[in-house]
Design a protein around this ligand. Structure first.
Ligand code: NAI
Length: 259
């Protein structure tokens, strides 16, 4: 019988492109992958932020490429993928993480604008990156796509319908592509973070966060970006080869709590 340890638990030498890596969960993911020996493409629309992240990875002797990348800009996307191949010669892992959140009610004057912007970043950005990266990911012996959705992709809170709709779309996209690309040896999975302490939630007063967490989250707290990053890494290990089309909450139990 084959050894149970034959599946590798290392991403060493794999090339991982992470969007929105300048802050929050993307930043944590870049560090966690670099620490695990992956070559990391730190990409974000915000150049200053990626400079900082890349400096930190460099100083800890990790391999990284910084790449200014607006996921709503097709030219940027093509250029990013070209640069990755130029620098590293391969692309194994794509983490579609970049995100924005625009609170709005359905009858807001600017609703349509918010809808378009939200969908461009959260959903179309993921699709366009997958399409550009696919010819190279296809060649990998550890082909992994992880899309970041949200617990908003599985349920809903009021006054954020473009975000909620787009995050539901990310789950649909993940499942559909998992079915379509599985036969090519590519896994496509999705993580649904619950409330996490990042720039996106920084404006919420601490007391409000505590009240919310005590009421809604069985673990009674917000999560930290690293707690999501480690789950992303797990989905990208060679050993995760039979996990495909999974929709994985990382939410302290929020999504299973009834009252
Ligand atoms: P964050 O605000 O700390 O980081 C988001 C990053 O995305 C920023 O660095 C930003 O510059 C970048 N970004 C924004 N627009 C971009 C674009 N057009 N192209 C490239 N990069 C762009 O937020 P956080 O929380 O780390 O968000 C990461 C992902 O997690 C997002 O998809 C978000 O929707 C999702 N999420 C966040 C939750 C939270 O509680 N913080 C909960 C559930 C999901």
């Amino acid at each position: 019988m084959a050894k149970l340890t034959k599946l590798s638990r290392s991403v060493e030498g794999k090339v991982a492109l992470i969007t929105g890596a300048g802050s929050g969960m993307g930043r944590a993911t870049a560090f966690v992958f670099a620490e695990a020996g992956a070559k990391v493409v730190v990409s974000d629309i915000n150049e200053n932020q990626i400079d900082e992240v890349a400096k930190e990875i460099d100083s800890s002797e990790g391999a990284c490429l910084k790449q200014v990348l607006d996921v709503t800009n097709q030219e940027n996307i093509n250029e990013a993928v070209t640069n990755v191949i130029k620098e590293f010669g391969q692309l194994d892992i794509l983490v579609n993480n970049a995100g924005i959140s625009i609170p709005t009610t359905i009858d807001d004057e600017n609703y349509e604008e918010s809808w378009d912007k939200t969908f461009d970043v959260l959903l179309k950005g993921q699709v366009n990156l997958i399409r550009a990266a696919l010819p190279f990911i296809r060649k990998s012996d550890c082909a992994r796509i992880v899309n970041i959705s949200s617990t908003e992709g599985m349920g809903a809170t009021p006054r954020i319908s473009p975000y909620t709709s787009a995050k539901h779309g990310v789950i649909g996209l993940t499942r559909s592509l998992a079915a379509e690309l599985g036969s090519q040896g590519i896994t496509v999975n999705c993580i649904c973070p619950g409330p996490i302490n990042t720039a996106m939630t920084a404006a919420i007063p601490t007391e409000d966060k505590q009240i919310y967490a005590r009421r809604r989250v069985p673990l009674k707290r917000y999560g930290e970006p690293e707690e999501v990053a480690h789950m992303t890494l797990s989905l990208c290990l060679p050993a995760a080869s039979f996990v495909n089309g999974a929709v994985l909450p990382v939410d302290g139990g929020l999504s299973i709590k009834r009252a």
